[in-house]
Design a protein around this ligand. Structure first.
Ligand SMILES: Cc1cc2nc3c(=O)[nH]c(=O)nc-3n(C[C@H](O)[C@H](O)[C@H](O)COP(=O)(O)OP(=O)(O)OC[C@H]3O[C@@H](n4cnc5c(N)ncnc54)[C@H](O)[C@@H]3O)c2cc1C
Length: 499
C-alpha cells in the first residue's frame, strides 16, 4: 500500500520569495495541492530587491503572465544590464550587458576575434559589438523579432509581491495573516508538523517553505540547517535604501557606482528611482554612509531611509527534513549582480520538478541541495571577481579586496582567461561566457593570447567581420525608440514619464 499523498504545502512568509513560490506552485499544480501562505503585516517585508536578470522573463512566460500587465502593475522598466562606475579604478566605467557580443565560432568566443583584431590595428571598443550594450547607453529599447533583445526588468518590489499575491489567490492559495509564534516538530521524525500563530490558529502541513527572510525561522531557528559565512570574500554587510522621485525618463539599466567602502545602486522605475548604498561596516559607519548616499542621489526623497544588515553566505542545507528555504532564508550574496530573485526562481522551479508524490526521498533532497549549492558557488565567484580584480588602492576597503585570497575556482577562471582568453560555462551556470568576458575586461583583466582560429581569417576577412557586426549593431540601435517612449506606449502606468 502506498503512503499518503503529500498534499498540504505551507509557505511561511509573504515577501517576494513567498509570493513567487505561491504563484508558481498554485498555477502549476492547481487543485492537486492545498497551498497556504502565512504572512505578517506587522513584520513586513525587506522592501528592496528591484533589479532582476533575464531568466525572470522566462519565469513569467512559464506562468502565463502577460508582460505588459505585469510591467504596468509593478511600475517596471526594461533592464539591459548594469553600468559599473569606478570599480577597476576611479574614473573607469564598464557595462555588463545581457546581450551577446559579436559572433562566436563554435570553437571560440567573439573575444578571440576582437583580441586578434586589436593586435591587427582595429581599435574599436569591445562594447561596440553588443546591441544591448549600445542600446542601453543610448537610452533605447524595443522588443525585437526572435527575442533578439535580451532583457530583464527593474520593478517595485512591494507592487511585485502584490501582483503575485492576486495571481496566487486567484489560483487557490489560502492566505493567513498572523505572526508565527511557535513551530511544532514531530517528536518521531523531527519534521515540522505545524505552525501556531499569535492569533491561536494552528496550520498543519506536509511540506513547509521557509520564506521568512533573514530570520530563517523554520530552516535555521528550528531545524538548524547551518550557514556558511562568505563575508571574507564578500565583505559588504550593510545597506541603506531610499526612494527618490524621477528627474527624467528612466534609463534601461541599473547603475552600480563604487565608493571607497562599497558601492551605490540606482534603479530607475516608471514612477520613481530606487537608490541604495551598500557598504562594509568595518570601513564605514552608518551616519557617514547615509550622508554619502544623500549627497549622491537625484530628485526629492520619497521615504525615510531603510537601514539593512546582512551577511553574505549560504544555508548549508537548503532542503532539510520537510522544509525548504526559499529566498533570503536560503542565503544571500549581496545585491551587486541582482541574483537574489533569480535564486528564488531557481529554487521554486527545482522544487516543482522534484515535488514528492508521498514520502520525501532523500535522493531528491540531496539532488536539490547539490544543485542549489552549485548555483550559489558559481554566483559567489562571479561576484567576488568584481571586488578582487580591482586596481583601486585608495582606501583600506579596496586594499583588503585586492589582496584577499579568493576561491580556487575563481583563480582558475581568472588565470585561464588571462592566459588564453577562454571562459567555460559549467553545467547550468547562470553567467555565461559573455558576462565573464565583459566583467573581466571591464575590471582590467586582458587576455595575453587568443584562439588560433582567429588567425585563419585574412586581414580583409577580419576587417569585414568586425565592420559588419559593428555596423549592424549601430544601425539596429539607431532605429530603436527611446526606452521612455517605448515603456509609456507598451506598459505605461499612470505616472510614467516618456522621453
Ligand atoms: C540591500 C539589498 C538589496 C537587494 N537588492 C536586490 C536586487 O536588486 N535584486 C534582487 O534580485 N534581489 C535583491 N535583494 C534581495 C531581495 O530583496 C530578496 O531576495 C527578496 O526580496 C526576497 O526576500 P524574502 O521574501 O526572502 O524575504 P522578506 O522580504 O524579508 O520576506 C519575509 C516574509 O516573512 C514574513 N515573516 C517573517 N517572520 C515571520 C513570522 N514570525 N511570522 C509570520 N511571517 C513572518 C515577513 O512578514 C515577510 O512577509 C536585495 C537585498 C538586500 C538586503
Amino acid at each position: 500500500m502506498s503512503a499518503a499523498r503529500l498534499k498540504r504545502i505551507v509557505i511561511a512568509g509573504g515577501g517576494t520569495a513567498g509570493w513567487m513560490a505561491a504563484a508558481a506552485l498554485a498555477r502549476t499544480l492547481g487543485k492537486s495541492i492545498e497551498l497556504t501562505l502565512i504572512e505578517s503585516d506587522a513584520i513586513g517585508t525587506i522592501g528592496v530587491g528591484e533589479s532582476t536578470i533575464p531568466p525572470l522573463v522566462a519565469y513569467n512566460r512559464l506562468l502565463g503572465i502577460n508582460e505588459a500587465d505585469f510591467m504596468r502593475a509593478t511600475q517596471a522598466t526594461f533592464k539591459l544590464g548594469i553600468l559599473f562606475d569606478d570599480w577597476k579604478e576611479k574614473g573607469s566605467r564598464y557595462f555588463h550587458s545581457f546581450g551577446t557580443t559579436g559572433q562566436d565560432h563554435w570553437s571560440a568566443g567573439f573575444q578571440h576575434f576582437w583580441l586578434y583584431g586589436r593586435d591587427r590595428g582595429h581599435q574599436q571598443p569591445y562594447d561596440d559589438y553588443c546591441l544591448e550594450l549600445v542600446a542601453a547607453l543610448q537610452g533605447k529599447f524595443a522588443h525585437l523579432p526572435e527575442d533578439r533583445m535580451n532583457y530583464a526588468y527593474q520593478l517595485d518590489s512591494g507592487l511585485y509581491a502584490k501582483f503575485l499575491r492576486s495571481m496566487a489567490e486567484a489560483d487557490g492559495t489560502r492566505r493567513v495573516e498572523g505572526r508565527i509564534a511557535t513551530v511544532e516538530l514531530d517528536g518521531e521524525t523531527g519534521n515540522i508538523a505545524s505552525l501556531t500563530l499569535d492569533t491561536g490558529a494552528n496550520i498543519q502541513g506536509d511540506l513547509f517553505l521557509d520564506c521568512t527572510g533573514f530570520r530563517a525561522l523554520l530552516i535555521e531557528q528550528h531545524l538548524h540547517a547551518g550557514f556558511d559565512d562568505w563575508t571574507h570574500w564578500l565583505p559588504c554587510d550593510s545597506a541603506i535604501a531610499i526612494q527618490t522621485a524621477s528627474i527624467g525618463p528612466p534609463v534601461p539599466y541599473t547603475r552600480a557606482m563604487a565608493h571607497d567602502a562599497g558601492w551605490q545602486w540606482r534603479i530607475p522605475l516608471q514612477h520613481r528611482v530606487g537608490n541604495g548604498l551598500v557598504y562594509c561596516s568595518r570601513y564605514l559607519d552608518h551616519d557617514t554612509a547615509l550622508e554619502r548616499l544623500l549627497g549622491n542621489i537625484e530628485g526629492e526623497t520619497l521615504v525615510q531611509p531603510n537601514k539593512l544588515r546582512f551577511t553574505s553566505g549560504v544555508r548549508r542545507r537548503q532542503w532539510h527534513r520537510n522544509c525548504i528555504a526559499v529566498g533570503l532564508s536560503g542565503g544571500f550574496m549581496e545585491p551587486l549582480e541582482s541574483t537574489s530573485i533569480h535564486l528564488i526562481q531557481r529554487a521554486v522551479l527545482r522544487l516543482i520538478r522534484m515535488l514528492p508524490l508521498s514520502e520525501i526521498s532523500e535522493r531528491d533532497v540531496a539532488e536539490f541541495n547539490d544543485q542549489q549549492h552549485a548555483d550559489m558557488l558559481q554566483i559567489r565567484d562571479f561576484l567576488v571577481l568584481h571586488y578582487k580584480a580591482t586596481e583601486r588602492s585608495d582606501s583600506p576597503f579596496w586594499r583588503y579586496c585586492r589582496d584577499m585570497a579568493v576561491p580556487d575556482t575563481l583563480t582558475q577562471k581568472i588565470e585561464l582567461f588571462r592566459e588564453t582568453g577562454r571562459v567555460f560555462r559549467k553545467n547550468e551556470e547562470l553567467f555565461a561566457e559573455n558576462s565573464w568576458v565583459q566583467v573581466m575586461m571591464g575590471q582590467g583583466i586582458m587576455p595575453r593570447a587568443w584562439h588560433p582560429i582567429a588567425e585563419k581569417l585574412s586581414d580583409e576577412e577580419l576587417a569585414r567581420l568586425l565592420a559588419t557586426v559593428r555596423d549592424n549593431v549601430a544601425r539596429t540601435a539607431s532605429g530603436l525608440p527611446t526606452h521612455g517612449t517605448y515603456v509609456a506606449r507598451y506598459c505605461g502606468a499612470s505616472s510614467a514619464r516618456a522621453a
